[in-house]
Ligand binder design. Sequence first.
Ligand code: G
Ligand code: G
Ligand code: NA
Ligand code: MN
Length: 253
Amino acid sequence: LRLEGELRNALANRDLLLYYQPKVSLRSGRIVGAEALLRWRHPDEGMIGPAVFVPIAEETGLIFDLGEWVLDEACRQLRAWLDAGIAARPVAVNLSARQFDARLPERVQAVLDRHRIDPRLLRLEITESLLVRAPEVVIPIMNQLVAMGLALALDDFGTGYSSLAYLKKFPISTLKIDRAFVVGIPGDDNDCAIARAIVTMSQQLRQETVAEGVETEAQMRFLQELGCDQLQGYLFSPPVAADAFADMLREDR
Ligand code: G
Ligand code: G
Ligand code: NA
Ligand code: MN
């Protein structure tokens, strides 16, 4: 496939970059972290989002090199912010289920060491598709990452096929409420009920909650009243380039 070759070249030619979308505390209004989101600056097509090329990378196995690049770039950027005297906050990187093999913890540790990054500054976002794999394989890898000091977040919660029983089995510290449910708040009773159930449950499990795709003040107020911990969405900021995110951090002191 042409796209696969082009993506390979993009990885070699540094045509990939990370954007950062702030996560904001619903209690303090301050930026408490960011999600790193992969972008491909294509010479002809312009900026291409991961929905187009991550599935191809997953099918072809290129996701291992790509994922390695994402981890390294996030830690390189954290180190640059720290060296510039910017009060860095945790950056969460998305992982594909395929990246979750026995060597992941040592690869992550090598990246942290290379850039001298405190593991608490790097977080990992996983999706429910990972949880349907054999727990006896996945849980020890997760436990190793947690023991290293990394926090794990479950992305797109509620959209997949995982059961609630999974939640207590896996060492996950954050649930991200998918945008699909946030979109109907506060008008749609079902979406409101689902968001309420997720926040209530995660509080009982002592997990943090992050609402994705928050676009309106009304959504924010509703989530605040539920006791949701953080928001991410266009209401505060879309994903932005590293320099623009650094400017936000400087203004947020
Ligand atoms: O960037 P955008 O908002 O279009 O993200 C679309 C999807 O791509 C999100 O679901 C996100 O989890 C995924 N994604 C973004 N960056 C990465 C990445 O670096 N690795 C993987 N595996 N998925 C990513
Ligand atoms: O798969 P994941 O949930 O990680 O993807 C996040 C995606 O949602 C990215 O493509 C990002 O650009 C997009 N996004 C982030 N905030 C908003 C928002 O407030 N509204 C909408 N419609 N999309 C958003
Ligand atoms: Na994500
Ligand atoms: Mn998500």
